[in-house]
Structure formats: structure tokens, C-alpha cells
Design a protein around this ligand. Structure first.
Ligand code: FES
Length: 115
């Protein structure tokens, strides 16, 4: 369990639960994961805005970014980097895999098990 690449992969949902152009929130342990479908691709980010904690899954998608509804910070879906506030910390992102009709997310082992 000490491999740096190791993690915990869990089934989050069916692909049909996340419609195109929308986000959904899923809970894994005590962690909230936002999953988005944008341009036919799926993305998983922590569902907590690093500014003041808003749920990012409720925001609108635009050109590969998700906008936080509270104060309009926007984050790149691929790497979590904030695109309009240079000093903002990034949102953690997680590998997401589609297998058949299911979505699987991989969380770092320490994060998946802590809390
Ligand atoms: S809480 Fe997200 S921008 Fe302020």
C-alpha cells in the first residue's frame, strides 16, 4: 500500500447520471466529487471551491471550464487550475475512467481513506 501511484478506484455512477453539459455531485467517504460531462468527455474534480467552499458541481460549464456560482472563479476541467484569478489555488482533479456504462474515479489512497 506504499506505492506512490497507488490509489483507490471506486465506481461512482452510470454515465447516464451525468448528462452532457452538466455536473453532478457524488460522495466517496467524506469526500465530495464533482463529475462533469463536457464535449462528450467526463471530468472529476473535488466538489469544493478553494475560495470559500462552494459546490462546483452546480456551476455552468464553458469552454472547458467550470464557473463557481458564488464569486465566478473559473477552473480548467482538466487540471483544476483557476483561469481568471492568477493566485488562486487549483482544485484537485482525479483520474476518471469510463468502463461500459460506468464511471470509475481513482482517489489517492491517503485521501480516500482519511477523514
Ligand atoms: S466560493 Fe467559489 S469563487 Fe468564491
Amino acid at each position: 500500500m506504499s506505492h506512490p501511484q497507488s490509489g483507490t478506484t471506486v465506481r461512482l455512477a452510470s454515465v447516464h447520471e451525468v448528462p452532457e453539459g452538466a455536473g453532478r455531485e457524488f460522495r466517496v467517504g467524506k469526500r465530495f466529487i464533482a463529475v462533469f460531462r463536457h464535449g462528450g468527455e467526463f471530468f472529476a474534480l473535488e466538489d469544493v471551491c478553494p475560495h470559500a467552499g462552494a459546490p462546483l458541481s452546480e456551476g455552468p460549464l464553458q469552454n472547458g471550464t467550470i464557473m463557481c456560482l458564488w464569486h465566478a472563479w473559473r477552473f480548467n476541467l482538466r487540471d483544476g487550475v483557476c483561469v481568471n484569478i492568477p493566485k488562486a489555488p487549483p482544485v484537485p482533479t482525479y483520474p476518471l475512467a469510463v468502463q461500459g456504462d460506468d464511471l470509475f474515479v481513482t482517489l489517492p489512497a491517503t485521501e480516500a481513506e482519511s477523514g
